[in-house]
Design a protein around this ligand. Structure first.
Ligand SMILES: Nc1ncnc2c1ncn2[C@@H]1O[C@H](COP(=O)(O)OP(=O)(O)OP(=O)(O)O)[C@@H](O)[C@H]1O
Ligand SMILES: [Mg+2]
Length: 745
């Protein structure tokens, strides 16, 4: 089937042809035959790289051009949302019937906002969580949505995040049954069941544009699914790298999936050693520049130095401990072909297009704190493999598992290569997961009675897959809890949310978190310090990542606890009688201690050394703490506890920026982060008034403050710039130091 033959507006055809889409892939044809362009819902289970996005593009843009309304494109991760957003930007040149251009937006901002600005856009990309929060704000434009794409739909099966997707879809169906739904994934075994739930046509295909050969390596040979085998020359005494070097030798790139962050770093290191001397002179120069760029992006840490060292030789690693700018740089360098061997944890797997000719799955085991080690699911394995052989980059792809014995080789072949992915199962009916959704359903007026709640949750995939009655008991318990804590109330048979309940739902926090905050703010510890509030937020179930201390650290934290017990809002659990609570308490204390160090201006390296918390995790902790402090501020405001407000505002700003109190006025300025604020302060500019009095040329003398920034500071704080200084500024070139740091912001 040709693009030209499709029942879509001519202008859309032109954009597609211009982008190189001429003939449809068979799964795309199947979707069209199933009626996707005639408004039918579809559940498409089609292999990785089989072009599922294009189906969404055709359908979404056709609907906008012919029927109007908005499209919501849901993804599990921000990174994927931005990749897809970029894919859709080409349609911005199209004109809608009302004469306006098609507008595409990405919404990843904070959760306590209805994002009214989005009402001007036609296609909106969002993570499932962001979409959930928008629904809680009863954003007006939600009613205009006519098409919903749920990409990487298999996320529904994930215990902690799947239920959000499930509730978002149920909510949207509830609001407007006419919405057209497209559920896309490579790994939905029970597509028919899912389709029945979504009133959709199930489409399952096995087709892939680029053949993907899956196999298992053992003892110098890869045995493929089709019975063929290939010998891998031993060149470096390491199985994974032998496989990788062979592919790099023939011009390909390799992605090695590692079990842990630590092993991904080690694998990258080994790869860099093996690649030394195998990189051309030309590439060598580029790689050195890239390594330098990495070191100049964000704060220089030991982790970034290790990464830069590897990049120099065309290798690298990628995991969630790296801060986002470094992760993006690595992805980009791999995409452009500079990094030849990339070793990554599975966070890189979801739906992204990468030029890996070969994927090596170095371990089929996964470690999760609290669960221990367990074998990965077939679903996850297939998603990892699917990063290899993407049509934009390669003519074929390979995915290789590595076995350590002949027996294991047979097992891996049976259990992974030849196996089907598992069925998707709803994970909704867990009280902790369900609680915020029950509150949100009442608070946003989607249900007004207990029966209304049952009716709403009766539409979920959970109720469809299991017996709806099973969820009712849980909802009843949750309702009792919400009433007891004053978040909801009955008026006869009618339930409604109180102001407290409504605000908690909007703040996108767990009701239990809100109760802890309310009770904490009412308590009066002997001394109120930064620790009081940092412990308050660390004590909530919403704090993440959870930082369980190592043994030696526990001892230090115990000493810390006894020294600071008068500052805490909650009593310390008893070590013997409340062991589980005590463990939790130590983890809370560790998060508080890390945050204390952070606002005391400890460097990322110092925090890594002291607590073994990597920069990426620190960043996530900081973001979460920021959000929870904001929530505490909002709740204190709601309960009329005005005395806390200035304190919480200041502490929040300090957590956002990682500074001591004295730098607060300075970090409020645009372009001034913790490092520059400190240099200004040390240079004698301690207040806004000091800056107002300083001349531009004086400010330029402060390390890391160049001419552009000096000018910006003056513009922001006020104060005059003399004619002579203007001249200097106009003639003065940007110093490279400033350029370097500007990229930080
Ligand atoms: N009809 C087509 N002609 C040429 N290239 C195409 C066509 N359809 C899709 N592609 C290209 O195929 C690649 C893979 O497509 P896409 O990312 O949509 O895969 P996917 O099915 O969503 O895979 P995954 O399950 O891994 O997310 C993209 O680079 C896309 O541009
Ligand atoms: Mg995809």
């Amino acid at each position: 089937m040709k693009v030209n033959e499709l029942d879509i507006p001519t202008s859309l055809k032109q954009v597609l042809l211009k982008s190189g889409y001429d003939i449809l892939y068979p799964p795309q044809e199947d979707a069209i035959n199933a009626g996707v362009l005639k408004g039918k819902n579809i559940v498409l289970a089609s292999p990785t790289a089989s072009g599922k996005t294009l189906i969404a593009e055709l359908c979404v843009i056709k609907n906008i051009l012919t029927k109007g309304g908005k499209a919501l494109y849901l993804t599990p991760l921000r990174a994927l949302a931005s990749e897809k957003y970029e894919d859709f930007r080409k349609y911005s040149e199209l004109t809608k019937p009302d004469g306006e251009k098609v507008k595409v937006a990405i919404s990843t901002g904070e959760y306590d906002s209805s994002d009214q600005w989005l009402s001007r856009y036609d296609v909106i990309f969002a993570t499932n969580e962001k979409a959930d929060s928008l629904l809680r704000h009863r954003t007006g434009w939600i009613r205009e949505i006519s098409t919903v794409v749920a990409d990487e739909f298999h996320l529904l099966d994930e215990a902690d995040r799947g239920p959000t997707l499930e509730v978002v879809l149920t909510r949207l169906m509830h609001i407007n049954p006419k919405i057209q739904f497209l559920a896309l994934s490579a790994t939905i075994r029970n597509a028919e069941e899912v389709a029945e739930w979504l009133k959709a046509v199930p489409i399952t295909t096995e087709w892939r544009p680029v053949p993907l050969r899956e196999g298992v390596y053992y003892n110098g040979e890869i045995h493929f699914k089709d019975g063929s085998a290939r010998t891998i020359p031993a060149v470096c005494g390491d199985n994974f790298l032998d496989i990788a070097i062979e592919i790099v030798g023939s011009g390909g790139q390799v992605l090695i999936f590692a079990e842990t962050r630590k092993s991904s770093v080690q694998m990258g290191k080994k790869a860099s050693i093996v690649l030394k001397g195998r990189i051309s002179k030309q590439e060598d120069k580029g790689l050195k520049l890239l390594a330098k760029k990495l070191l100049e992006t964000g704060e220089k840490t030991r982790l970034s130095e290790i990464l830069a060292e590897q990049i120099q030789y065309g290798a690298g690693f990628h995991h969630a401990g790296l801060p986002t700018p470094h992760r993006r740089l690595v992805e980009d360098a791999f995409r452009k072909g500079h990094i030849k061997i990339l070793s990554a944890t599975p966070t890189l797997a979801a739906g992204v297009n990468l030029p890996a000719r070969t994927v090596v799955v170095s371990s089929f085991m996964r470690y999760e704190p609290g669960y221990g080690r367990y074998p990965i699911s077939v679903l996850e394995y297939k998603q990892l493999c699917g990063r290899a052989g993407r049509p934009k980059y390669d003519k074929f792809g390979e995915a290789v598992l590595v076995a350590i014995s002949g027996d294991e080789q047979d097992q891996l072949m049976q259990n992974y290569v030849l196996a089907e992915p598992e069925n998707l199962w709803s994970k909704l009916a867990v009280e902790k997961i369900l609680r915020p959704h029950v509150l949100a359903t009442i608070a946003t007026g989607y249900a007004h009675t207990e029966n209304g709640l049952y009716e709403f949750f009766g539409k979920t995939f959970y109720a469809f897959q299991y017996d709806p009655k099973m969820i009712q008991t849980k909802i009843g318990d949750i309702l009792a809890y919400l009433c007891k804590e004053g978040m909801t109330e009955f008026e006869g048979a009618r339930i409604q949310a109180t102001d407290f309940g409504r605000r908690v739902s909007e703040l996108y926090i767990d009701p239990v978190t809100a109760v802890i905050m309310r009770d904490g703010l009412r308590s009066r510890p002997k001394e109120m310090t930064d620790l009081t509030f940092l412990h308050l937020i660390s004590h909530t179930p919403d704090i993440s990542p959870k930082l369980y201390p190592r043994r030696r650290e526990s001892e230090e934290l115990e000493v810390f606890a006894s020294a600071h017990s008068v500052e805490l809002m909650f009593p310390i659990p008893d070590l013997l009688m409340e062991q589980v609570e005590y463990e939790e308490f130590l983890a809370e204390l560790k998060s508080s201690a890390v945050l204390m160090d952070w606002i005391d201006e400890a460097t990322e390296d110092r925090i890594l050394d002291r607590y073994k918390v990597e920069p990426g995790d620190l960043l996530r902790l900081v973001e979460m703490a920021d959000w929870l402090l904001y929530s505490a501020h909002e709740l204190a405001g709601l309960f009329g506890q005005k005395e806390f407000l200035p304190y919480l505002t200041q502490l929040r700003l300090r957590v956002q920026t990682g500074v001591k109190k004295e730098l607060v006025p300075l970090v409020r300025l645009r372009g001034i982060g913790r490092v520059r604020a400190r240099t200004l302060y040390s240079g004698g500019y301690k207040t806004i008034n000091d800056l107002r009095k300083a001349s531009v040329s004086e400010l330029m003398k402060v390390p890391l403050i160049g001419s552009t920034l000096s000018k910006k500071i003056k513009e922001e704080v006020g104060g005059t710039i003399t004619a002579e200084e203007w001249k200097v500024l106009k003639e003065g070139k940007e110093d490279s130091e400033e350029q370097r740091l500007l990229s930080e912001y």
